[in-house]
Design a binder for this molecule. Structure first.
Ligand code: ADP
Ligand code: MG
Length: 321
């Protein structure tokens, strides 16, 4: 007999809670924010074929399902506290469930975020997580605060997840080491939670990069009513990506997607404080441009020459090898 729904929840997903007033097992979980704090709440759904490949290991999938949600908390500067998990499973596959819950809880423990509830049903594999984070009232980082003259930054490196996806699609062949390192970026993104918190009171706006650097930056610009100039050759990229032709480097870094790095703006007077925050959180940040008063996104190369912006859309990937 395969495990029933309740045994499955008990075996793979029920763990004692330490912060929440009530966790799994009743009709609702009960949570209270600390005095003076607000809840930051976000949901992200992962669908097989669209957000992950069937080849991904269950352990990495468990990690990634939570990681993409924690990335939204990071972009708000919130501290992760709790999450719920709504899961549709085609069948009860205990090897899958063990790997998935191990990957999920490994990251949950690292982030101090506990599973307090969810829902489980039979159906095509689908994973929906809702995260709850705490942020001091009024201090959440928003998309709407960028001001003309601010510096524009990105954390870590971008573009590797897209390069790995193209390798899986067979449009590029990578050396083994490059394949492994970029695949890690795609399958096990590290949400920039510590950096987001360190940027509270410093960054004027922030967003996490899920759909591609320029596309996500455009959300900041629209919400803030400003434009920007981006120096495309300054966008940080891995050694693996630097071994590809420049056209690939630009497409992967600017329109790659699935990066889960933070893009943010800060006043030039805070440049040293931004670098100190980056050092404290162990994630490098690189200045890639400037916020402008006029609308629009202008791209320039390292010599300041204009670069055509044909990087907006995921579908326009046709750079030749
Ligand atoms: P209800 O019928 O009220 O929706 P369920 O029988 O679906 O309750 O769930 C029983 C308990 O198990 C609830 O506390 C619910 O939050 C929790 N739960 C169900 N599925 C999951 C899951 N995948 N992960 C964590 N908790 C779950
Ligand atoms: Mg239910």
């Amino acid at each position: 007999m395969p495990l029933g729904e309740f045994d499955l929840i008990a075996k793979y997903f029920t763990r004692p809670v330490t912060r929440a007033a009530l966790g799994i097992g009743d009709d609702c979980a009960l949570l209270s924010p600390a005095p003076g704090m607000q809840w930051a709440v976000s949901s992200d759904m992962l669908v097989e074929g669209r957000h992950f490949l069937p080849t991904v290991s269950p352990h990495k999938l468990g990690h990634k399902a939570l990681a993409v949600n924690l990335s939204d908390l990071a972009a708000c500067g919130a501290t992760p506290r709790a999450f719920t998990l709504a899961l549709a499973l085609p069948r009860v596959d205990e090897a899958f469930l063990q790997g998935f819950s191990d990957g999920l809880f490994a990251l949950a423990d690292e982030a101090g975020c506990e599973l307090v509830g969810g829902d489980t049903t039979q159906g095509p594999l689908n994973i929906c997580i809702t995260v709850f984070g705490e942020v001091p009232a009024g201090q959440a980082l928003l998309r709407s605060g960028a001001r003309a003259g601010d510096d524009l930054y990105v954390s870590g490196t971008v573009g590797d997840a897209r390069l790995a996806l193209e390798a899986f699609r067979g449009t590029v062949v990578l050396e083994r080491a490059d394949f492994e390192s970029t695949r890690l970026a795609m399958e096990q993104p590290q949400p920039r939670v510590a950096l987001g918190q360190a940027l509270r009171g410093l960054a004027s706006s922030a967003i996490d990069v899920s759909d591609g650097l320029l596309g996500d930056l455009a959300h900041i610009l629209r919400r803030s009513g400003v434009g920007a100039e981006v120096q495309v050759d300054a966008v940080p990229r891995s050694a693996a990506l630097r071994r590809r032709p420049l056209a690939w480097q630009r497409t992967c870094t600017l329109a790659g997607g699935d990066d889960y790095e933070l893009v943010f703006t800060a006043a030039p007077a805070d440049a040293d404080a931004v670098q100190a925050a980056a050092r404290r959180s162990g994630v490098p940040v690189t200045r890639i441009g400037t916020v402008e008063a006029g609308p629009g996104l202008h791209l320039v190369d390292r010599d300041g020459r204009p670069v055509d912006n044909r990087f907006g859309s995921f579908d326009h990937f046709n750079a030749a090898e």
